[in-house]
Write a protein that binds this ligand. Structure first.
Ligand code: CTP
Ligand code: MG
Length: 236
């Protein structure tokens, strides 16, 4: 039977949130911030735990957040022991993939998801899994077609100078979850020399594999700033 392991990356420190505030709640890393009495990481986690095709779930966390993790997460038969992430998201994913190789080697496919995206749905998980198990691609990501117009900008001290226009035609924002053939993404992580990847599909592109863009949603926002948290609070 096909084995699918979900990896939730939650080892970041959320520096782009306002962590300088004196309010203690604001010092909590974003993935452990609560909306309606439930931490953001639990929204993401539940979507995988409740999905019938997902066999195992692993959270990648930061060692200093261990107490927060233990306070927030309840045991579940699909949920394996947490693992410790690295300095970058790429390193955190690599740690998880090596752990899966050593501890859940029967895994055929992995789904990788940002803990900071609490609004992902069961249907969107299906949109990632289907092309993988029907072998249409070795890498699939949720994505969302660009609606705004785009320009590059150059930041000065006082303002942002507009630079070249970037056409929105065929432009897609990349989201998570992203799904992969386990062996392919493991090899890509083990052999890449480029340590600046911010998503995992770019590692597969580096080794010449095609990626499919599956249908995500504009609601599947990643909480990056406090403004995003306000947006998510209105939707959850
Ligand atoms: N992440 C991770 N390990 C890291 C960095 C990030 O597991 N070393 C995770 C985050 O916890 C988050 C996801 O990757 O769920 C997306 O990263 P991002 O939104 O950049 O979160 P942070 O790195 O925490 O935020 P910031 O970049 O503002 O510090
Ligand atoms: Mg980051």
């Amino acid at each position: 039977m096909t084995q699918i392991t979900a990896i939730i990356v939650a080892a970041g420190s959320g520096e782009r949130m306002n962590t300088n505030s004196e309010k203690s709640e604001i010092k909590i890393p974003k993935q452990y911030r609560k909306v309606k009495d439930k931490a953001l990481i639990n929204y993401s986690l539940d979507a995988f735990l409740n999905h019938e095709q997902i066999n195992n779930v692993i959270c990648v966390i930061s060692e200093p957040h261990l107490h927060l993790y233990n306070e927030t997460i309840m045991p579940h038969k699909k949920l394996k022991n947490h693992i410790i992430g690295g300095q970058t998201r790429q390193q955190s994913v690599k740690n998880a993939l090596v752990h899966v190789r050593d501890n859940i080697p029967e895994t055929d496919y992995v789904l990788i998801h940002d803990a900071a995206r609490p609004l992902m749905t069961n249907e969107q998980v299906n949109n990632v899994i289907e092309p993988l198990i029907s072998k249409q691609a070795k890498g699939v990501t949720l994505s969302c077609k660009a609606a705004d117009s785009f320009r590059r900008g150059e930041e000065n001290e006082k303002f942002v100078q507009a630079k070249e226009f970037v056409s929105r035609d065929n432009l897609y924002a990349i989201q998570t979850p992203q799904g992969f053939c386990f062996k392919t993404i493991l090899e890509a992580h083990l052999h890449t020399q480029n340590l600046s990847h911010t998503d995992d599909t770019s590692l597969l592109t580096e080794i010449g594999e095609d990626i499919l863009l599956a249908k995500g949603s504009r609601f599947n926002v990643k909480v990056t700033t406090n403004e995003d948290l306000l947006f998510v609070k209105k939707l959850l």
